[in-house]
Ligand binder design. Structure first.
Ligand code: COA
Ligand code: AMP
Length: 629
């Protein structure tokens, strides 16, 4: 069957479609049906099934005779190590870790925060939680202590599992002091912490609270898999929204298993036993779905890559990893390939490596610019597929179903809606727009298995953020259009979220930090276009009356505050002091116009602007930062 027939079959009978996919999962108790409509736009999948994620990702492959297959390859150019862990080793390590967590009181439903770099132990910690039915929440290593503290207070973890350090090119990231500071700042205190000591830095452990990863596992009884309800939260992953408070996206267990398993063949076109590599980080949704869970659930070998596309040691690293480990399917963010292209425009490194196992390259996380797709296709000779999804969905809303049939690529489009998603372009009045017209991208409810049922501790925010604006639909927060062939085109965010090097960030969160500077009366943060990272945040601050300190000193303090409070990942380095911000007569800051000025684009003078002269000041302020055209 081709894509259209499969999509239509799903649409005609979604329950049957998803029950067929569910047959590929091992259930403790099989579900009686797929969809449970609870009314009031609440939908649950496989709610009466009982299942365990770790069993499906690890143990069942050992039982099926795949025990000696490599499950995880750790390729770490920053530490000079390559390590392989087979499925049977992984099973034993995860069962032991889960046993140690249980011995310290972690049970089904308890939350566990994981704050770790790109090492296999990060995946083992996730899987150990899954084994017990504990709910993990992984926090990206590039966030500062304050962001970690916010997540500790929201998730209220019984335990935190961390490493002593991360390794960024040229510097060690001292995780343990960040963790200690976060626990100090948080109102909630975990019962205990488990610290994986890396040889690059051995952290100080606090007596009675912190346990050594190895020591605390010694002599414990390994834990078996605990079956949980299909709707039981597998994990919480915090992502940026409009305000400084991150949204805790909840992932339901059974839908996650069924949907991710489906994607591995149908989208990424790999069979069990083949090597799959997503060059992302476990702290992001791509890392959850495609470094940890999906490849393991499907019986693939996954790569945990601890390095950068360039500089570790050179722009050939990606091709080296693919060649050395015989990668069949590769997934990364466009920004990473832009970095490689900038260092190696002729693609000379590609020729040094054997990419004969590689079938295709998949891009997501931000808009894939045509130049990058063209270049990558040309230098590798492989198909390059853009696909579009979000933390909220956990898997692709739109993509090229290469494992079903590769559809013709239209550069700039992530291709077509995947089965499970009825994607529509809506006008402000909530009616579907005709092909070619730009509108809000929405998905008709119910969302498919694996997508978020709610936000942790915030069911009202869930409704308000996603369901209220267009009744009967999930609002994606992206704007775009569909063409006459049903291809989707993703154009822009409709909210204050920006995308910096494939990392989703909130300008609202940065504004909250700047507003706390004692000399700042008012501020705005916008996303300006950047050739490498897609977007960069740029801040404008107005000072309180009577402040007469040097402006560059205040701007430097603002930059430091964002780095200290949100983290280096915010990449907030551009900040200007201005007298006033451009506003409408009703007081709304004209951020869109400011973006156009900084990007050097033409803009229409907003009819409602209070004082057009302020725009000249903005133009003058962006020039010294190298913007404005
Ligand atoms: N822990 C601690 N710090 C981190 C970090 C981590 N896991 N990841 C990034 N940082 C730091 C970086 O060291 C950098 O710090 P600096 O300001 O001191 O230089 C800062 O956060 C910004 O990082 P980033 O925006 O990633 O830029 P970079 O200069 O380190 O690298 C690229 C540029 C393009 C090579 C890099 O952004 C990249 O490979 N991105 C891939 C994006 C990706 O995989 N996204 C996941 C979504 S699919
Ligand atoms: P995240 O939740 O971090 O995965 O970010 C999701 C957001 O990134 C989406 O809502 C889009 O704004 C953007 N995004 C992700 N993939 C793509 C893509 N292929 N094309 C355009 N934008 C994308």
């Amino acid at each position: 069957m081709g894509y259209s027939a499969i999509y239509e079959a799903w649409k005609a009978d979604p329950d049957r479609f998803w029950m067929e996919q569910a047959a590929a999962i091992d259930w403790a108790t099989p579900p009686s049906k797929a969809l449970f409509d609870r009314g009031d736009n609440i939908h649950e999948w496989f709610a009466d099934g009982m299942v365990n994620t770790c069993w499906n990702a690890v143990d069942r492959h050992v039982e099926a005779g795949r025990g000696d297959q490599v499950a995880i390859i750790h390729d770490s150019p920053v530490s000079g190590v390559t390590r392989r862990i087979t499925y049977v080793n992984l099973r034993n390590r995860v069962a032991q870790l889960a046993g140690a967590l249980r011995a310290k009181g972690v049970e089904k439903g308890d939350r566990v925060i994981i704050y770790m770099p790109m090492i296999p132990e990060a995946l083992e910690a996730m899987l150990a939680c899954a084994r017990l039915g504990a709910i993990h929440s992984v926090v990206f290593g590039g966030f500062a202590a304050h962001e970690l503290a916010v997540r500790i207070d929201d998730a209220q973890p019984k335990a935190i599992i961390a490493a002593s350090c991360g390794i960024e090119p040229g510097r060690i990231v001292h995780y343990k002091p960040l963790l200690d500071a976060a626990i100090d700042q948080a109102a909630h205190k975990p019962d205990f912490c488990v610290i994986f000591q890396r040889e690059q830095e051995v952290a100080h452990l606090e007596e009675g609270r912190d346990y050594n990863w190895h020591g605390f596992q010694y002599g414990v009884e390994p834990a078996d898999c605990v079956p949980v309800e299909g709707t039981h939260p597998a994990y919480i992953l915090y992502t940026s929204g409009t305000t400084g408070a991150p949204k805790g996206v909840v992932r339901p267990t059974a839908g996650h298993l069924v949907a991710l398993n489906w994607t591995m063949k149908n989208i990424y076109n790999v069979d069990p036993g083949e090597v799959f590599w997503a060059a992302s980080d476990v702290g992001w949704v791509v890392g959850h779905s495609y470094i940890c869970y999906a490849p393991l659930i499907h019986g693939n070998t996954t790569i945990v890559f601890e390095g950068k596309p360039i500089g570790t040691p050179d722009a050939g690293t990606f091709w080296r990893v693919m060649s050395e480990h015989k990668v069949a399917s590769f997934f990364t963010a466009p920004t990473a390939l832009r970095a490689v292209k900038r260092e190696d425009p002729k693609g000379e490194f590609v020729g040094k490596y054997d990419l004969s196992h590689l079938r295709a390259i998949y891009l997501a996380g931000e808009r894939a610019d045509p130049d990058t797709i063209d270049w990558t296709t040309r230098v590798t000779g492989k198909p390059v597929y853009d696909h579009w999804w979000q933390t909220e969905t956990g898997w692709a809303i739109a993509g090229n179903p290469a494992g079903i049939e590769p559809l013709p690529v239209k550069i700039g489009s992530p291709t077509v809606a995947m089965p499970g998603y009825d994607v529509q372009i809506l006008g402000e009045d909530g009616h579907e727009l005709p092909p070619g017209e730009l509108g809000a991208i929405a998905v008709k409810l119910p969302l498919p298995p694996g997508t978020l049922p709610t936000l942790w501790n915030a069911p009202e925010r869930f409704r308000k953020s996603y369901l209220d604006h267009f009744p009967g639909y999930y609002e994606t927060g992206d704007a775009g259009m569909k063409d006459a062939d049903g291809y989707l085109w993703i154009m822009a965010r409709t909210d204050d979220v920006i995308n910096v090097a494939g990392h989703r960030l909130s300008t609202g969160a940065m504004e909250e930090v700047l507003a706390a500077h004692p000399d700042v009366a008012e501020c705005a943060v916008i996303g300006v276009t950047d050739e490498l990272k897609g977007q960069l945040p740029m801040g404008f601050v107005c000072l309180s009356a009577g402040v007469d300190r040097p402006h560059d000193e205040i701007a430097r303090e603002c930059v430091k505050m964002v780095r200290d409070q949100i983290g280096p990942v915010a990449a907030f380095k551009l900040c200007a002091v201005v007298d006033r911000l451009p506003k409408t007569r009703s007081g709304k800051i004209l951020r869109g116009t400011m973006v156009k000025i900084a990007d050097g684009q033409d803009y229409k003078m907003p009819a409602t602007i209070d004082d057009p002269a302020i725009l000249d000041e903005i133009r003058a302020a962006v020039k010294p930062m190298g913007y404005g055209g």
